[in-house]
Every structure is written in C-alpha cells, then in structure tokens.
Design a binder for this molecule. Structure first.
Ligand SMILES: Nc1ncnc2c1ncn2[C@@H]1O[C@H](COP(=O)(O)OP(=O)(O)OP(=O)(O)O)[C@@H](O)[C@H]1O
Length: 227
C-alpha cells in the first residue's frame, strides 16, 4: 500500500515560484496498476519523484507499507529503492561505461549477488526484452528503443514491489511500446508488482486498472479505467 497525505511541493521563490503539487492525498493498493495522466507541467513527474523519495516534499507524508518515506534519510531511501523499487525513465539513466548486461545487473550486484550469477540473470532479463544477443554492447552502441529496453530489464531484474515509470514508451514505436507494456503487465501478474506509470499515451493508460488525471498540481479525476 502506498499512502500519501497532503503532499505539496513548490519550486523556486518570488515571481519564479511554481506550486507543482497542491495537497495531494490518495492511496494505491499493493498490486494495482495505475496511470497518471494530465497536461504538460501539471505535476506528474514531481509526484512520482516525491513518492519514490527521489525528491523531498515541502509538506505532507508518504507511507509505503509501514515505512514513512518522509522520515528517512538519504541512505535509508537508497536502500529502500534498491530493495523494493524499480525505475524506468524516458531518458534511460544507463551508465555509459557499463555494458548492457552490467547495467541490467547493477541492482542485484548491489544487493550482493556475485558477478557470474548476476550476469546469467541479466542475460535472462535481456532475453525477456529481446536483447540477449546485445548483452555485451555499451549504451552508445544501441538505439534509443533498445536502451529503453535495457532500462526495463534493469527495472524488472530484482522483481520489485513497486515499479515507477515516467513516460516509459515515449521514444518507442507502437509495436515496441506494446511489448514493453506487456512486460510490465507480466511483472504485475507474476510478482504482484504495483505499477505506477506517468504517460501521455491514452492506449497505455487504458491498459492500467486505474487512471489518475492531474491538472495544475491537483488530482481532478481518479477512477477505474472503463473497459
Ligand atoms: N527542478 C525544478 N525547478 C523549478 N521548477 C520545476 C522543477 N521541476 C518541475 N518544475 C515545475 O513544476 C511544474 C510541474 O512539473 P512536472 O515535471 O512535475 O510536470 P509534468 O506533469 O511531469 O510535465 P511533463 O508532462 O511536461 O513532463 C512545472 O511547472 C515545472 O516547470
């Protein structure tokens, strides 16, 4: 269960002040699949960053299960992210000097798995996203869509409890995007991973159980996706 209460965030000061989030309160149950939609600048990415503890809120609380995110220090947040969360960002966030498999294996190596075993698991995850034969390549030797698939493999390798995705299919063609969303859905159905996906794509939003629509830092609609 993810629970947030009175979440607010303002960027800048004086004339340049932007109230990115205004008193957001809601709950997301374990195993739900949720899309967050809304016009550019309405606060979607900020909300995701606050929930994942990437950015600090000004006011409010976030609970993930029994853990109070707003009370944790940076080390505790890093540990929580490593153990419980997966991330997919539009800009991949891959490490350029590491090969595809090494990027994918990072979360499990950080958790203490030895390199040989981690490599095997990473190649398996790359197989799931159709890239096993490119395991030795560096990010600069892969296309945008392929790098996004590497990022997805890295996000799913640790079977996270929660997967946060920010426009995960923005750079992909429709076929590849469908495939990626299918993988995320598989993660949800096999491991009960909660999916929270920021997207502009109404087809992806329609595939989630629940759609949250934001406008100017507030939630203006929250409901089950009509089938
Ligand atoms: N680091 C920052 N410094 C100043 N303003 C920021 C910062 N990050 C976000 N903002 C502002 O906060 C508001 C919400 O931004 P956010 O990125 O959350 O929107 P979004 O809904 O994800 O937009 P998009 O769909 O374009 O990615 C915007 O007005 C943005 O300009």
């Amino acid at each position: 269960m993810i629970r947030m209460n009175g979440l607010s965030k303002t960027f800048g000061v004086g004339q340049a002040k932007t109230r990115a989030l205004k008193q957001i309160s809601m709950e997301i149950s374990a195993g739900e699949t949720v899309s967050i939609t809304g016009p550019s600048g309405c606060g979607k990415t900020t909300l995701l960053h606050l929930l994942a503890g990437i950015e600090r809120m000004d006011e409010g609380e976030v609970w993930i299960g029994e853990t109070a995110i707003h009370m944790l220090d940076e080390d505790e947040l890093s540990k929580l992210r490593l153990e419980k969360m997966g991330f997919v960002f539009q800009s991949y966030h891959l490490i350029p000097v590491l090969r595809a498999w090494e990027n994918v294996a990072l979360p499990i190596i950080a958790r203490g798995m030895n390199r040989k075993e981690a490599r095997e698991k990473a190649v398996e995850a790359l197989k799931l996203v159709g890239l096993a034969e490119r395991a030795e390549r560096y990010p600069s030797e892969l296309s945008g869509g392929q790098n996004q698939r590497v990022a997805i493999a890295r996000a799913i390798i640790g079977e996270p409890k929660i997967l946060w995705a920010d426009e995960p299919t923005g750079a992909l063609d429709t076929g590849t995007a469908d495939q990626i969303i299918g993988l995320l859905e598989m993660l949800n159905s096999h491991y009960g991973t909660t999916l929270v996906i920021v997207t502009h794509d109404s087809h992806i939003a329609a595939r989630m159980n629940r759609t949250i629509r934001m406008q100017e830092g507030r939630i203006i609609h929250d409901g089950s996706t009509s089938l």
